[in-house]
Structure formats: structure tokens, C-alpha cells
Design a protein around this ligand. Structure first.
Ligand code: ADP
Length: 632
């Protein structure tokens, strides 16, 4: 197998990525070196880990090194490592396809607008393919550690749509990536230039990066490479250095390496934890959500190291799912080097690390919310919905998470800026509950008839429109001792907010409208659970409510839309006795049934529901319009 040269096509998405990258990332072209060095360092990390169980993979050479060199005459730049290497199949797989879930969906989002797409590609992680920003041909020679020298592979492509693979030989394990520079990129063929880029982007790489020293050649009148090498980076694990020795720039560059992100992080926390379990954590909050944030199984966020040795990328035990956006490194002092996923699941140390890290991240978010509100708003816009999952998932931290929630309310502009604490601080005297309404959109929430009485009394109501809100509210039943109460559920009990006169009036109208209520109820049959008069409305003639512990109309609709069967609980129709339509209805005989249906259907529409029989609704409205016209 694989004895000769083969020509293969890139996966369609790779072709698209290559094309886009070359055009949209050119102004950032230096990053190709960061990406190649980052891959080389990952390859060393992987071998270091595999060699714990199989030391023979090291082939007698324990020292890991990344070499960056260039050849002026050939116009090439080479990045070499003695890491894990690739087999022929791996080269085809890894350098010809993108193995990320959601890749197709991601590409569907691209707009063709270069600036926007550059941002998106950044989140996607550009990696190896960024070579083609500066190179018109890339050659990779790689040998998997442990295989014989002749089992190497040579991969080559001009980045236009195809690549070739053929057998090759490589004495040492590892990989060379050789870039044949495009016309006009000669400025990169300089030790000074390459060192500058490496210092800027790759200083934090823990494996030494070596370059040949140069000497002045009098005859040629230029610097020429010597056989002597020197290390150009600090070559120790950044997270293990004291905080005081790390600049913000270095933290940011390290983030780009661990997170495969293009942009800067929003915030980070770096701590050495001592005590029963000892570990270092360097955790970042990204500024933007990755494209696969909704895939709850995608948890490549935090890398696990044991005493500086990389162990694994996606140890999901290190972070709860609702913090899956966190990126960074956890380096344990206590775990064994040969730790497996099974051990991780059982380990008490890991449990302690997860709890400690969760607290750190929540602490970081609290600090952000308090001291950098604008950044917190950015965080909330990107990750707020994910954090909400924590209300249901992490009962131990529920209160802390609840304080981090932000909502839109009737007292705020369109942006989610209201915290529950803000709300409580603004509660009216006599107000006992935190009120909210759920709806599909902000417009629907704002114009919900249920808000009318609250507006009249100047009571703030939270407007909840995220799909996750209904689910979250089943766990978040109170805050600061105040129950969270839906304005569309149960009897409206405004408690001390309603004065005695209002209560008396409620009783009076209930008596007065007894007959009408009974007739409407008879007309609507089993479409309603009950009919009653209400004081919650000022402008609308009617609205729908459900019992306190019944499923809200909004949730019923969400579940239906998600294809779930819901046992429909009929709502309660509430009528506004002050509305002229309802007042007129008292004297209506012939058309009462039609009017009752219409009021019911209006109320359904007003809360964003769908009518069972829209055509019948239209017919009824038209008949009434014609009636009205005839009476003129
Ligand atoms: P990413 O690094 O984000 O996975 P890349 O496109 O940079 O994406 O690389 C794709 C894959 O190719 C890597 O995940 C790795 O498996 C393989 N690869 C790239 N460079 C090297 C290297 N120097 N040594 C071994 N494998 C490599």
C-alpha cells in the first residue's frame, strides 16, 4: 500500500478555506510561522506523551526541538520538528481534510465579505493551511515515530485543489514543512525577520526553537549561516513562570496557541493552587464564541498537563459543560503521567481541580461584571446562553451563576444589562416577586397584554426570549428570597401592590360578569380550562394565562416546534371588564359565540401563538367588518 505517487483532491471545504485565507489574511501573513511552530510544538507534546507508555518511540533521542531555517537561493523557509510525525494515511487525512465537527455549517456562514470572513476564519483556526498565504508550493516530509526511515511520506501541493503523496525517507522521526515562497516574499528570507516573528508570536512555546547563527561574509558582503545553532525562545512552559515575569502580550500569544484562536482573549486567570491537590491553572475567556459552541460534546477547551508533560486536549472532566467556552491549561502535580480517561473520571484530584477551576472562572466573570462592564456585556452576548445552562447543571454554584445573569427588562433599553440584583434593588414597596414574561421575540414580549397592569403600576418585568429561558426557570425559582413569577401564570396576585379599592372592585366585577363569563365559557367549550374577568389588562380586551404549575403557552410552542409531543393543557381566558368590546358583549345575543371565539383567537395571536383554524378566524373577522359597515 502507498508504494507510489498518488494525486488526491482536497475536501471541498479545504479548497474554500485556502482560497479565502490567501485573500483575507494577507495583511496578517506573518501568522503562518506561528501556526507551523504551534503544530510542531503539539507534535512534540504528543510524542512526549505516547513515549511514556512506549519509550522506544523516542528512538534514542529524548530531546525535543523545533528548527526554523531558510535558504536564500532556493527561496524556501523550513520548519522542522522531531515530534510524533505522520504516516502516509495521516498526512492524507490531516492535511487534506478538516476534521472538525460543524465544518460544513461553518462554511455556510461565510459571507464573501473579506473582513467579516477573516474574523470568522480566525475563530475556525487556520493552522497548517496558512502556509499558502506566503507560499505557492508547500512540501511536507514526515515520518511517524517508531516507523523505519524509509516509511516516510512526502506530501506536496500548490494549494489550488490537489495534493500529491509519495514515499520518502527521513532518518529522524518528525516533520519538515518546506515553504516555497511566492514572488515578492523575499523579505522573509532573513534571520532577523524570522527571529522577530518568532519572538513576537512563539516565545511561549515550551519546546526550544532553534535557528542557525550567522556570520558576516566579507566576500559576499552579507550574513551567511554557520553550523552553530541558538535557541530563540524562552523554551519553558509559560504557565509555570511567575506571573510577574509574563507580559500581557505573552499571555495573549499563548492564548492564540492553546485556543487556536486568532483574536485576543477577553480575560484570563493564572494561579498556582497549593494544598491537598496541587496544580497550575491558566484559564482564558475568549472574546468570541467558536462556531461549534452549541455542540455540547465539543470540549477541546482545556489542555491537561501533568508536571509540564502534555496529556490530553479534551479532558472533559476538567470543566463543566456550561463552561465549555473556557480555554487554557491545567497542569497537575499529583496525577500519574499514565493517566487515562477512565482514571480521570474516577479521580478525586480531578474532581477537586474541576471544582477549583469552576470557582476561578466564576470569580473571573464576577470581577469582569464588576470592573469591566463593557467587556462583560461582550462576554454575555457571546456566551450568556451557555452560562445559563449552569443554572440547571450546577446546583452548588447556582446562586453565583444567578448573579451573573443579565436580562432585558421593561426598564432597560434593548440590551441585556439588568441583573437580578438590579431588579431587586428597584422593586416597589410591597412588591413580593420578581416578574418575568417569556416570548419568542423582544417585540412580542414587550407588547404582551400581560404587561399592561405592570406598566400601569410602574413595576419592572424581565423580558425573556432565549430558548433556554423556560428550562432555566424550572431551576431558578427564586433569587434573594424573592420568587420568580411569570406574569402569564396563575391568578394575578399583586399582593400589597394592589390597593383595597382594587381588590373590592375585582370582586364586584366578578359578580357583575358572572353570566357573561358562563356564556363565553360555554361557547368556547374545551378550548379553555376556564374563563374569568381580570384587572391585569388595561388596553387589551382579553389574554390567556395558565395555572401556576402548568406549562406556559410559550414552552408548549417551543416543544412543538422541536417536534415533541405535548399534552396540550387548555389555557384560561381572562377578559378585561373595562374594555368596550367586553362591555358590549354583555348585550350581544346572536353573535356571542363568534365574538367569544374572536377574543380567544386574538389572545392567542397576541402571545405569539398560532391559530388552529386561521381561515375560520379570517371569516369571522370579515363577517364582523361587513356587519359594522352595514350598520353605518
Ligand atoms: P489543527 O492544528 O488546528 O488541528 P492544522 O491544519 O494546523 O489544524 O493541522 C491539521 C493536523 O495535521 C494536526 O491536527 C496534526 O494532526 C497534523 N499536523 C500538522 N502539523 C504537524 C506536524 N508538524 N507534526 C505532526 N502532525 C502535524
Amino acid at each position: 500500500m502507498g508504494a507510489q505517487k498518488e494525486t488526491l483532491g482536497f475536501q471541498a471545504e479545504v479548497k474554500q478555506l485556502l482560497h479565502l485565507m490567501v485573500h483575507s489574511l494577507y495583511s496578517n501573513k506573518e501568522i503562518f510561522l506561528r501556526e507551523l511552530v504551534s503544530n510542531a510544538s503539539d507534535a512534540c507534546d504528543k510524542l512526549r506523551f505516547e513515549a511514556i507508555a512506549k519509550p522506544e518511540l523516542l528512538e534514542g533521542g529524548k530531546d525535543f526541538v523545533i528548527r526554523v531555517g531558510f535558504d536564500k537561493a532556493a527561496r524556501t523557509i523550513t520548519v522542522s520538528d522531531n515530534g510524533i510525525g505522520m504516516t502516509r494515511e495521516e498526512a492524507i487525512q490531516h492535511l487534506g481534510t478538516i476534521a472538525k465537527s460543524g465544518t460544513r455549517e461553518f462554511f455556510a456562514q461565510l459571507t464573501g465579505d473579506q473582513q467579516k470572513d477573516a474574523q470568522l476564519i480566525g475563530q475556525f483556526g487556520v493552522g497548517f493551511y496558512s502556509s499558502f498565504i506566503v507560499a505557492d508550493r508547500v512540501t511536507v516530509i514526515s515520518r511517524r515515530a517508531g516507523l523505519p526511515a524509509e516509511s516516510a511520506v512526502k506530501w506536496e501541493s500548490d494549494g489550488s485543489g490537489e495534493f500529491t503523496v509519495e514515499p520518502a525517507s527521513r532518518a529522524e522521526r518528525g516533520t519538515d514543512v518546506i515553504l516555497h515562497l511566492k514572488e515578492g516574499e523575499d523579505e522573509l528570507l532573513s534571520r532577523w525577520k524570522l527571529t522577530e516573528i518568532l519572538k513576537k508570536y512563539s516565545d511561549h512555546i515550551a519546546t526550544p526553537i532553534r535557528m542557525k547563527k550567522e556570520r558576516w561574509d566579507k566576500d559576499k558582503n552579507e550574513f551567511v549561516p554557520t553550523d552553530e545553532e541558538e535557541t530563540v525562545n524562552q523554551a519553558n512552559a509559560l504557565w509555570a513562570r511567575p506571573k510577574s515575569e509574563i507580559t500581557d502580550e505573552q499571555y495573549k500569544e499563548f492564548y492564540k496557541h492553546v485556543a487556536h484562536d486568532f483574536g485576543d482573549p477577553l480575560a484570563w486567570t493564572h494561579n498556582r493552587v497549593e494544598g491537598r491537590t496541587e496544580y497550575i491553572q491558566l484559564l482564558y475567556i475568549p472574546a468570541r464564541a467558536p462556531f461549534d459552541i452549541w455542540d455540547r460534546h465539543q470540549r477541546h477547551g482545556v489542555k491537561l498537563y501533568v508536571r509540564r508533560v502534555f496529556i490530553m486536549d479534551d479532558a472533559e472532566q476538567l470543566m463543566p459543560a456550561y463552561l465549555r467556552f473556557v480555554r487554557g491549561v491545567i497542569d497537575s502535580n499529583d496525577l500519574p503521567l499514565n493517566v487515562s480517561r477512565e482514571i480521570l473520571q474516577e479521580s478525586r484530584d480531578v474532581k477537586a481541580i474541576r471544582e477549583g477551576s469552576t470557582k476561578r472562572v466564576l470569580g473571573l466573570l464576577e470581577e469582569l461584571a464588576e470592573t469591566r462592564q463593557e467587556d462583560y456585556a461582550k462576554f454575555w452576548a457571546e456566551f450568556g446562553q451557555v452560562l445559563k445552562e449552569g443554572i440547571g447543571e450546577d446546583s452548588a454554584n447556582r446562586e453565583r451563576i444567578a448573579k451573573l445573569l443579565r436580562f432585558v427588562s421593561t426598564a432597560s433599553e434593548g440590551k441585556p444589562t439588568v441583573s437580578l440584583a438590579d431588579y431587586v434593588a428597584r422593586m416597589k414597596t410591597g412588591q413580593k416577586a420578581i416578574y418575568y414574561v417569556t416570548a419568542d421575540t423582544l417585540e412580542a414580549a414587550r407588547s404582551s397584554p400581560h404587561l399592561e397592569v405592570f406598566r400601569k403600576k410602574g413595576v419592572e418585568v424581565l423580558l425573556l426570549t432565549d430558548r433556554i429561558d423556560e428550562w432555566m426557570l424550572t431551576f431558578l425559582t427564586e433569587f434573594d428570597g424573592k420568587p420568580l413569577t411569570s406574569v402569564a401564570k396563575g391568578d394575578l396576585d399583586l399582593g400589597e401592590l394592589a390597593d383595597a379599592a382594587e381588590k373590592e372592585q375585582q370582586q364586584k366585577v366578578a359578580d357583575e360578569y358572572k353570566d357573561l363569563v358562563a356564556k363565553v365559557k360555554a361557547a368556547l367549550g374545551d378550548r379553555v380550562k376556564d374563563v374569568r374577568v381580570t384587572l391585569r389588562l388595561t388596553d387589551s380586551p382579553a389574554c390567556l394565562v395558565v395555572d401556576r404549575d402548568a406549562m406556559s403557552g410559550h414552552l408548549q410552542r417551543l416543544l412543538k416546534a422541536a417536534g415533541q409531543k405535548v399534552a396540550a393543557t387548555p389555557p384560561i381566558l381572562e377578559l378585561n371588564p373595562q374594555h368596550p368590546l367586553v362591555q358590549r358583549l354583555q348585550f350581544e345575543e346572536a353573535k356571542l359565540a363568534d365574538w367569544a371565539q374572536l377574543l380567544f383567537e386574538q389572545a392567542q395571536l397576541a402571545e405569539g401563538g398560532q391559530l388552529d383554524d386561521p381561515a375560520a378566524f379570517v371569516r369571522r373577522v370579515n363577517e364582523l367588518l361587513l356587519d359594522a359597515a352595514a350598520k353605518k
